[in-house]
Design a protein around this ligand. Structure first.
Ligand SMILES: *[C@@H]1O[C@H](CO)[C@@H](O)[C@H](O)[C@H]1NC(C)=O
Ligand SMILES: *[C@@H]1O[C@H](CO)[C@@H](O)[C@H](O)[C@H]1NC(C)=O
Length: 303
């Protein structure tokens, strides 16, 4: 009798340990200092600055504001993308905007050294393979053409956006709130532009793959949801009706919840996504050595 009880209890415990059910342990708020919360965003701002500037211009932050990197290493594998003139112009502007965001944060709360960033085609290819669920042949190259670059940028500002939304409830100083709300405004604008450009081409096949633009956005959003392990907070540009605005449309140019307000993510959720490991303690993906600042580094120490 007793042994049967212990056996059942044992199975129950194993099940608990093995199933990260609806994010029970890891979706809640974290305790952190206000400055650290804002500096955490620098990780994503560096990533965006380098990917946009390099993609549009063929050179990055070090040729524009080298002091902002605070001695951090240059990114791996970033290169000029083969873009049409209009899209190139858009990302040149977005790249400069990221330089401004870095300055806004650095001058108000102080900076952190730029973490090592992996912007190589191989890293993107790996993300796109994981998103698609099989090895794409040839490997996905974000720098190959306008459409590929747009799909690659779909991967980035949205994560910054939901991170800012998640940060705001935990800020108390007016100066912090106003800074983060103002950064959020522009990140949301960038994400909307990228999603609109992709929506215009939603049904187009991303050659040479037999996968449409809309399907790729869906795959990437699903991958991010599964890495973050906190439910649906990320949606592609075409969705089932139950995820569309008021359940009345399957177009989904902006990703938002049932009330059409933005999803929010915590720093651990964001790290699980951008590391590509599903584990905030295990670096990888865009950040081979992990993120910078006290929040990201405190998780690394506990690896
Ligand atoms: C952060 O904000 C969330 C959402 O409002 C709240 O539940 C949580 O208690 C806050 N955490 C801290 C440490 O202030
Ligand atoms: C849309 O559908 C979802 C899921 O079925 C439901 O939770 C939500 O309340 C619906 N929204 C509206 C506005 O009817």
């Amino acid at each position: 009798m007793a042994s049967a009880f212990f056996f059942i209890a044992f199975i129950f415990l194993i099940t608990l340990k093995l199933s990260p059910v609806n994010g029970a342990p890891n979706c809640g708020p974290i305790v952190a200092d206000e400055t650290d919360r804002i500096q955490f965003a620098l990780n994503l701002e560096f990533l965006e600055a380098e990917f946009f500037l390099n993609g549009a211009l063929g050179h990055g932050l070090d040729s524009i504001e080298p002091s902002y990197a605070q001695g951090g290493p240059p990114p791996i594998g970033a290169t000029k993308a083969n873009l049409d003139p209009q899209v190139r112009q858009i990302f040149e502007e977005f790249g400069y905007q990221e330089v401004g965001h870095l300055r806004a944060i650095i001058t108000r709360v102080g900076g952190i050294p730029r973490p090592l960033l992996d912007l190589s085609p191989q890293n993107f290819a790996k993300i796109f393979d994981e998103a698609a669920g099989f090895k794409l042949n040839p490997p996905f190259d974000p720098y190959l053409n306008t459409l590929n670059y747009l799909l690659a940028t779909y991967v980035i500002p949205y994560v910054g956006l939901v991170g800012y939304v998640g940060t705001i409830p935990n800020l108390s100083k007016k100066s912090s709130l106003s800074l983060v709300a103002s950064l959020l405004g522009v990140e949301a604008g960038q994400d909307a532009v990228i999603r609109t450009l992709l929506y215009e081409r939603a049904e187009e096949k991303v050659l040479p793959y037999d996968i449409t633009v809309a399907q790729f956005t869906d795959y990437i959003s699903r991958l991010r949801n599964s890495l973050a392990m906190c439910g649906i907070k990320d949606e592609g540009i075409i969705v089932p009706l139950y995820l569309g605005a008021e359940n009345r449309t399957d177009s989904n140019i902006l990703s938002a919840n049932t009330d059409s307000i933005s999803y929010a993510r915590t720093p651990p959720e964001i790290l699980r996504i951008v590391y590509g490991t599903g584990n905030e303690h295990v670096p990888g993906g865009f950040y081979p050595h992990g993120g910078g600042g006290n929040i990201a580094m405190s998780f690394l120490k506990k690896a």
